[in-house]
Design a protein around this ligand. Structure first.
Ligand SMILES: C[S@@+](CC[C@H](N)C(=O)[O-])C[C@H]1O[C@@H](n2cnc3c(N)ncnc32)[C@H](O)[C@@H]1O
Length: 299
């Protein structure tokens, strides 16, 4: 990039996109736009509307520093510290998984189901989010359904700090209890507030270790492995189905995100734990992505 040249937004984006493409950076155009928008304190739409705006020397230097990080493979979201999820802005950094658009489906389905429960007269439902990470599921649900109370659990204290920050940012921290607990610990339930939940939601680690090498380099290098992989891929569903017996109200609901290949195995597993109405829903790319079910109704 010529430092003496007077750059304008439109040509800087074009040149950077071409440079990123030549260097095989993923999503070169979007990366350029998000980084420049971040430096200029504007949205991507504003960049288009102000495409002839000059880019001043100090802005150019900041932009170049961010581009160098992107060239090294660091995901844009960690560079800018933000990711949009369900139309809301979340802080993200290397302590948490970057929320994925597929997970919005889980939130949408869970909120629909809660709206039905509320129509049936269940007031102030209690929700448990296992593996909350950035808090994207818990915070979005709390924000969009003002009567909810949520317990957000993670094994990672670092992740919980980010989730708490996001809850405060969106003004829902007073309705979320954060708990540090390992779902594989047999004393897991004892580490949560003593209550039963109307719904358990989770996007747990579900990538089998055997698939680790096949993941994108920037995922392997920058995102927390703890958030992504487990030895076989289905271990978390097994323990969560077990916890549900103790933690879910009779007839309570579960919504879990899935590996696209795991639907049949997880359906069977939930069946053996007494769940009914087991339904697998596809994401917008046509992959099995969310499994829902109704917990056993006891007398
Ligand atoms: C796939 S990430 C999901 C994060 C966030 N809910 C989302 O949808 O973007 C899984 C999360 O589970 C947490 N986790 C991993 N193993 C766990 C365990 N044994 N017990 C509780 N949480 C765990 C990770 O720290 C990570 O934050």
């Amino acid at each position: 990039m010529d430092e003496l040249k007077e750059w304008r937004v439109v040509e800087l984006l074009k040149t950077t996109t071409e440079f990123f493409s030549a260097k095989h950076v993923d999503e070169p155009r979007i990366s350029s736009e998000l980084l420049l928008a971040h430096v200029l304190g504007q949205s991507r739409l504003q960049l288009y509307l102000n495409h002839n705006r000059p880019v001043y020397r100090d802005e150019l230097e900041s932009f170049r520093a961010l581009c160098r990080q992107r060239l090294a493979g660091r995901p844009v979201q960690y560079i800018t510290g933000e990711q949009f999820f369900y139309g809301m802005q979340f802080h993200v950094d290397e302590r948490v998984l970057i929320p994925r658009p597929e997970t919005e489906l889980l939130v949408e389905l869970a909120l629909e189901s809660l709206a039905m429960k509320e129509r049936e007269g269940i007031a102030n439902p209690a929700i448990l989010d296992i593996g909350t990470g950035s808090g994207c599921i818990a915070v979005t649900m709390a924000r969009l359904s003002p009567s909810l109370r949520i317990t957000a659990v993670d094994i990672s204290r670092d992740a919980l700090a980010v989730a708490r920050m996001n809850a405060e940012k969106h003004d829902v921290a007073s309705r979320i209890t954060f708990a540090e607990a390992d779902m594989f610990d047999e004393r897991f339930a004892g580490k949560l507030p003593a209550e039963r939940y109307d719904m358990i939601v989770s996007n747990p680690p579900y990538i089998p270790v055997s698939e680790w090498e096949g993941l994108q380099r920037e995922v392997r290098q920058y995102e927390p492995a703890l958030a992504l992989t487990v030895p076989e891929g289905i271990e978390c569903y097994r323990v969560m189905a077990g916890h549900a017996e103790q933690l879910l109200v009779p007839g309570g609901k579960i919504f879990f995100e899935l590996h696209a290949d795991a639907a049949a195995t997880v359906s069977e597993l939930l069946g053996t734990h007494g769940f009914s109405d087991i339904t697998v829903l596809k994401d917008y790319s046509g992959h099995d992505r969310v499994i829902s079910g109704t917990g056993p109704v006891r007398n």
